[in-house]
Design a protein around this ligand. Structure first.
Ligand code: SF4
Length: 685
């Protein structure tokens, strides 16, 4: 499963404080390469800005086609591997009425140089000014990148606020997981896409092509936004009025009868119809996840209560195994990579994963060795079978995400893996030759006690002890992140821990692991966790805060060395916004949440009941092995819930080899929907 968030990025080689922002003026030129080239000699990592990767496209721009600039609001090395962006890049370039290029956030050194020379943000593929595109579509996957979005829009020569844009300006759009609550960005985004992008980009292109054909006349901007609001899955924030009563949000209502009251997400019914990307980009410089990535399924029914990705991407849709094998074989042949990752939220849950991994390993027997990695491994689905198959390939470190240190805590968060599951997985790894194991945990979870926190250290020590039977110096890296409640999860009502409380818990762990040989502790900065929490569940009143932080130089806030809490606190104070109110306050059942007019397909009463179950420490088994809970995710997508007739995959309690109703499963797992014994008021923040 996914950890709550990736760790903050490491230190880049050069840090340049951006100068006072000057407006960008010169956007009406084509192909900026001759002006850019001399600047690249003066910046760190110029390869970030060149393009020309294997798989890159250099489209000719026909004025009748809709020109998309797909943007990632972080550096090239973080953004390039993003599969969502690469999929849309290919699909749009196959569309007869569209072309697409890419851009990533220029690091602060190039940003300063561009502004000093009056040059705008540009596309990587043809170095075309960003302002010449019809739409700039951002992929948003982390709250701390929001100010980068504003910076890129400004650098494109586009007014940052939607209200100030004119027909000649590109539309500014966003998709990705953060857009399930885009309200803090409502002042800056023309439209937002909820859910899978494969089908909807074509429908949006059709609307925009009509707008272009009509000449993008004065006053037509609102018209095209109204038309876009009619596309299922598109949300246009400016077409909704927001009502407050004091601090409380009362309602978000459409301003016109043809604008939907509730915006539904888009969901692909069959992943097998979309074997993309077919031409994965091969970077010229080092990037994260630098390997062939093949998505094996979308969605997750495990029901971990902290996991927004799992909830919003339901239901599970698997790619046919034969298609995975073909994509792997063709991808390896084309790219020359010696590593392939089978990606999903919980890859070991893929039907027939052992056979699939075995087939891939065997298919490379005659060539150079290829490493197969399963980046999101559930410990309870990682058994000797998979370990043996992976062991035949080159070994890298293995990462598991138990998420919490005690069984009680794991019941609260519905990560129903037992200690035996973890130990069995770790032992299988060490037995099969791995030396390094990484464990992801969250702290600051609802009802967490010091015993739960210290349980993390205990698990890690026990893993090292197990490893000693197989290797001289086993190593376990414990990575701890502060928990941030996310929209559309059962924990969306929980008030997160304060910075001080998170720091205290991390210190507790640090003291406890200090003398534990073989255990290394890493943690996420609790100060950054606070701002992520404010933005995660924030509303439109945070727009001026974002703008002020950006105007005062607060970009790349997701990078450790550039994050500045004071900047955020000062901006919030200046705009009368309380971080405590947004981050640390428990929400009540009937409170209107800023994302209540958006739908991830999940029933709110299902989430509320699951929240109450969590406080009563009641687990909710994976719905693949039980009758449907009517969470809402399958309804309306023509996806039928089938209770598996066979037993779940081999492993532990949730992906267990036994039926969940067997006596080996704790009774509390089976007794769902009791009268709640605990209310939110009883939660220790
Ligand atoms: S609708 Fe039912 S089967 Fe589908 S994800 Fe929700 S609980 Fe599972």
């Amino acid at each position: 499963m996914l950890a709550q968030r990736p760790p903050l990025r490491g230190r880049p080689r050069i840090v340049v404080v951006p100068p006072k922002r000057e407006p960008v003026t010169s956007v009406h030129m084509d192909g900026l390469w001759t002006q850019l080239e001399p600047l690249l000699a003066k910046v760190a990592k110029p390869a970030r800005y060149i393009g020309l990767e294997d798989g890159a496209q250099r489209p000719d721009h026909d004025p009748r086609q809709v020109a998309w600039l797909l943007a990632y609001p972080d550096t090239y090395e973080i953004g390039l591997p993003n599969q969502g962006l690469q999929i849309l890049y290919e699909l749009l370039n196959e569309h007869p009425d569209a072309v697409a290029e890419r851009t990533y956030a220029p690091w602060v050194d190039l940003d300063a140089l561009l502004r000093a020379h009056g040059l705008p943000l540009f596309s990587l593929d043809t170095h075309r000014p960003a302002g010449l595109f019809d739409v700039i579509g951002f992929n948003l996957s982390a709250e701390l990148t929001y100010t980068n979005l504003l910076n890129m829009v400004d650098l494109a020569g586009v007014p940052v606020r939607t209200a100030d844009r004119r027909p000649e300006h590109p539309l500014i759009a966003a998709g990705g997981h953060c857009t399930y609550n885009p309200e803090p960005l409502a002042d800056f985004l023309d439209f937002v896409v909820l859910g899978d992008g494969e089908e909807i980009v074509s429908e949006i292109t059709d609307v925009l092509a009509g707008w272009k054909a009509s000449g993008r006349t004065e006053g037509s901007r609102e018209g095209v936004l109204r038309a876009l609001a009619g596309v299922t899955g598109v949300y246009v924030p400016s077409l909704y009025d927001v009502t407050y009563d004091g601090a409380d949000l009362v309602a978000v209502t459409p301003r016109y009868p043809d604008v939907p009251e509730m915006v539904e997400k888009r969901t692909l019914a069959d992943l097998g119809d979309w074997p993309y990307p077919k031409n994965q980009l091969v970077p010229l410089t080092e990037v994260v996840h630098d390997r062939l990535n093949v998505e094996v399924f979308r969605g997750c029914t495990r029901g971990c209560r902290f996991c927004q990705a799992g909830m919003i991407t339901r239901p599970v849709r698997e790619r046919p195994a034969e298609q995975v094998r073909t994509m792997v074989a063709e991808g390896l042949r084309r790219t020359g990579y010696d590593e392939v990752a089978l990606t999903s939220l919980s890859t070991a849950d893929f039907s027939g994963i052992e056979k699939l991994v075995g087939d891939i390993v065997r298919s490379t027997d005659d060539g150079p060795p290829v490493s197969v990695s399963l980046p999101s491994l559930r410990v309870d689905a990682f058994g000797v079978g998979i370990a043996t198959q992976l062991q035949k390939a080159r070994r890298t470190g293995l990462t598991f995400a138990p998420e919490a240190g005690t069984w009680r805590m794991r019941q609260v968060i519905n990560k129903l893996i037992r200690e035996e599951d973890l130990y069995q997985a770790v032992e299988a790894a060490y037995e099969n030759g791995w030396r390094r194991v990484k464990l992801y945990f969250l702290t600051g979870l609802p009802t967490e006690t010091d015993e739960d926190t210290l349980g993390i250290a205990e698990l890690a020590r026990n893993c090292v002890a197990l490893g000693k039977a197989h290797t001289k110096s086993p190593s376990v890296t414990v990575s701890v992140g502060g928990f941030v409640p996310k929209p559309f999860t059962p924990f969306q009502w929980f008030g997160q821990n304060t910075v001080e409380e998170l720091r205290r818990k991390i210190n507790l762990l640090r003291d406890d692991t200090r003398k534990s040989h073989g255990v290394q502790l890493k943690w996420h900065d609790p100060k950054a966790t606070l701002i992520e929490g404010v933005m995660s569940r924030g509303d439109r009143r945070l727009g001026p805060v974002l703008e002020e932080v950006w105007r005062r130089g607060g970009v790349f806030q997701e990078w450790n060395e550039r994050f500045d809490l004071d900047l955020w606190l000062d901006a919030m104070a200046a705009h009368g916004v309380s971080p405590d109110w947004y981050a640390h306050r428990h929400r009540t059942e009937h409170e209107v949440l800023p994302w209540d007019h958006l739908s991830a397909g999940l029933h709110k009463d299902f989430l509320w009941q699951d929240w109450r179950d969590s406080l009563a420490e009641v687990g909710l088994p994976d719905c693949r092995w039980t009758p449907c809970y009517d969470c809402g995710a399958c309804t309306g997508y023509s996806i039928e819930h089938i209770v598996a007739s066979a037993t779940p995959p081999a492993g532990g309690s949730q992906g267990t080899g036994q039926d969940l109703r067997s006596s080996s499963v704790p009774v509390s797992l089976l007794a769902r929907r009791p009268e709640p014994a605990v209310t939110t008021a009883g939660v220790t923040p």
